[in-house]
Design a protein around this ligand. Structure first.
Ligand SMILES: Nc1nc2c(c(=O)[nH]1)N[C@H]1C(S)=C(S)[C@@H](COP(=O)(O)O)O[C@H]1N2
Ligand SMILES: [Mo]
Length: 307
């Protein structure tokens, strides 16, 4: 318990039996990597040969910032709201249904999902459309491992992600704000890309509620809002899904939303960003620095038109 207390910032969580049980189960299922994750330094944590080829070597943002500066509008629109209110989110039991243009639609429990593939640490940059960024050590597995389970049909071209609606635990649902549930979408080839992961943890431990427990999408070359939190349903479709942010402001948020310093948001520049915890701004990189891995997905596509 001493270790858990040292790594955990929300004191109320420590006494929560449900969370304690969930964390123990999670650590059991994700054994090796999660134990290693308790060491303080990111590099020490990875050890020789353990670093994912996909991980950045940049210094991770502090656990405190990763878990207290969040966007999760279901819990309010201020950055501090998710850390303050998301402890009420019910994350157990949790199931994810995968349906639509698939041969074998399936509803899977979290325990079953965590057994599909070993959890890997992926240290990814996350760039919010608002102009800030973080580096987060996720624990996750490639989304393809989950999609394989249902055998997508040849007609499937897109993947829609639908997130949880719990009106009694989520004050933002009652207030309106966005068209709920929060949904996102990817082209099937983007969803199958090895950089695209489902995260179940961060910093070597179970995912804090404010970061999208128990399972969230992470697509590191796109603006942060594409990475939906607390996913309950995945639907394969033949037409491009309309996402929550496209419905809310179609001229500001397109379907692709690839990080692009040369295409400004209509109300502000996207050329630079502030890394949370740093003072000076950094230049924003095309595809958030993942161009070598993903630029070929968009060959021939006009990225100004398809923003
Ligand atoms: N369900 C849901 N998912 C969401 C959001 C949200 O409001 N609701 N916000 C998005 C935005 S704008 C960002 S930048 C990231 C933030 O993830 P983090 O708080 O874990 O850093 O989550 C994304 N996923
Ligand atoms: Mo964001």
């Amino acid at each position: 318990m001493r270790i858990l207390q040292k790594n955990h910032i929300v004191p109320s969580e420590i006494t929560s039996h449900a969370l304690y049980t969930r964390r123990r189960e999670f650590l059991r299922l994700s054994a090796g990597i999660a134990i290693a994750g308790f060491l303080p330094e990111a590099q020490a944590r990875l050890g020789p040969g353990k670093a994912s080829v996909f991980s950045t070597t940049e210094a991770p943002t502090s656990l405190k910032n990763v878990t207290s500066y969040n966007n999760f509008y279901e819990f309010g629109t201020n950055k501090e709201d998710p850390a303050e209110y998301a402890h009420t989110l019910r994350v157990k039991p949790w199931t994810v249904s995968i349906e639509g243009l698939v041969k074998k639609p399936k509803t899977m429990g979290m325990e079953e999902i965590l057994k599909l593939a070993p959890l890997e640490e992926r240290i990814y940059r996350l760039r919010c459309v608002e102009g800030w960024s973080m580096v987060i050590p996720w624990l996750g597995f490639p989304l393809v491992s989950l999609l394989k389970q249902v055998e997508p049909l040849g007609s499937a071209k897109y993947v829609e992600f639908i997130t949880a609606v719990q009106p009694d635990t989520m004050p933002g649902i009652r207030r309106g704000v966005l068209d709920w549930p929060y949904t996102e979408g990817l082209r099937l080839d983007e969803a199958l890309h090895p950089l695209t992961i489902m995260a179940a943890g961060l910093y070597g431990d179970v995912l804090p509620n404010q970061n999208g427990a128990p399972l969230r999408l992470v697509v590191p070359w796109k603006y942060g809002f594409k990475s939906g939190k607390s996913i309950v349903k995945i639907r394969l479709t033949d037409s491009q899904p309309r996402t929550t942010w496209m419905k809310s402001a179609p001229s500001e948020y397109g379907f692709y939303s690839n990080v692009n310093p040369t295409v400004d948001h209509p109300r502000w520049s996207q050329a630079t960003e502030r890394r949370i915890g740093e003072f000076f701004k950094r230049k924003t990189l095309p595809f958030n620095g993942y161009a070598d891995q993903v630029a070929q997905l968009y060959t021939g596509l006009d990225l100004r038109k398809y923003f």
